[in-house]
Design a protein around this ligand. Structure first.
Ligand code: PRT
Ligand code: ZN
Length: 226
């Protein structure tokens, strides 16, 4: 069966903010990837590696469940999935092999521009929309604040204007999206970058050798980018 294949399986985002950089990293490391756009699996021609191209949200689970050996994903998605799995008593083990130099962003609280905000206490009793309910809940708990969390998978930034929430907790990079929606960033609750992760319990000698061959190359590429 496919699950016993000894080829190293690496999960990356199929299309989105991490896919170009992930692919560039693999290419810089010498992987010759046969990418036919619509394919789920891309075979690496010159190494025993298969690249799985999936939604970024699926990557932590694929690695934590041991279906993929390695994955590149944002720490925001990884941490959210870990917190959720802890709550659900599911396995959430993995190893971070490398924090990468792309995919940087912050998860921030934002409120309408005209709103007064003086720290997390201002959120008491408010409704906050987010795609990251577990990360937000952890922050609110740390701050001793009680607020209602509304879980939205998209269009979080329009929630206040739509009357769905008083505030939002969303990813920010330039801040342009917040500004365009009449919001201001008031607190950073999590800073994220893309990371390369490995599943727990990887023992196949050939696969481990391959990883040991790749890591110095990744380090070299990152140093060259500095
Ligand atoms: O389809 P799939 O599920 O794979 O992709 P996706 O749409 O869920 O994710 P994608 O491609 O948008 O983001 C993938 C990862 O990139 C995120 O999980 C982060 O780790 C990282 N990243 C870095 C960002 C941003 N920067 C970012 N700015 N992810 C999202 N944004 C969004 C943010 O949600 C907001 O809508 O960009 C907007 C804000 O950008 P600024 O520049 O206007 O502040
Ligand atoms: Zn996603």
């Amino acid at each position: 069966p496919a699950t016993e294949s000894k080829r190293l399986r690496i999960a990356m985002q199929k299309s989105g903010r991490l896919s170009v950089d992930s692919q560039a990293l693999f290419t810089s490391c010498g992987l010759k990837i046969n990418l036919r756009e619509q394919r789920l699996i891309a075979h690496v021609e010159n190494m025993d590696i298969d690249i799985l191209r999936v939604r970024d949200d699926d990557i932590p689970g694929l690695v934590m469940d041991g279906v993929c050996d390695l994955g590149i994903v944002g720490e925001n998605v990884l941490e959210e999935e870990s917190l959720q799995r802890k709550l659900d008593n599911d396995s959430f083990d993995y190893t971070v092999l490398k924090r990468l130099d792309f995919g940087g962003c912050r998860l921030s609280i934002a409120v309408p521009q005209e709103e007064n905000y003086s720290g997390a206490a201002s959120l008491e009793g408010k409704t906050i929309a987010t795609t990251y309910p577990r990360l937000l809940a952890r922050y609110l708990k740390q701050q001793g604040v009680n607020a209602r969390i509304v879980n939205l998978k998209g269009s979080v930034e329009v929630a206040p204007r739509a009357g769905l929430a008083d505030a939002i907790c969303d990813l920010v990079s330039t801040g342009a999206t917040l500004e365009a929606n009449g919001l201001k960033e008031v607190d950073v609750i999590y800073r994220s970058k893309a990371v390369l992760i490995q599943r727990k319990g990887l023992t196949d000698e050939r696969q481990l050798k391959l990883i040991n061959k790749l890591m110095p190359r990744i380090n070299g590429v990152m140093q060259a980018n500095e």
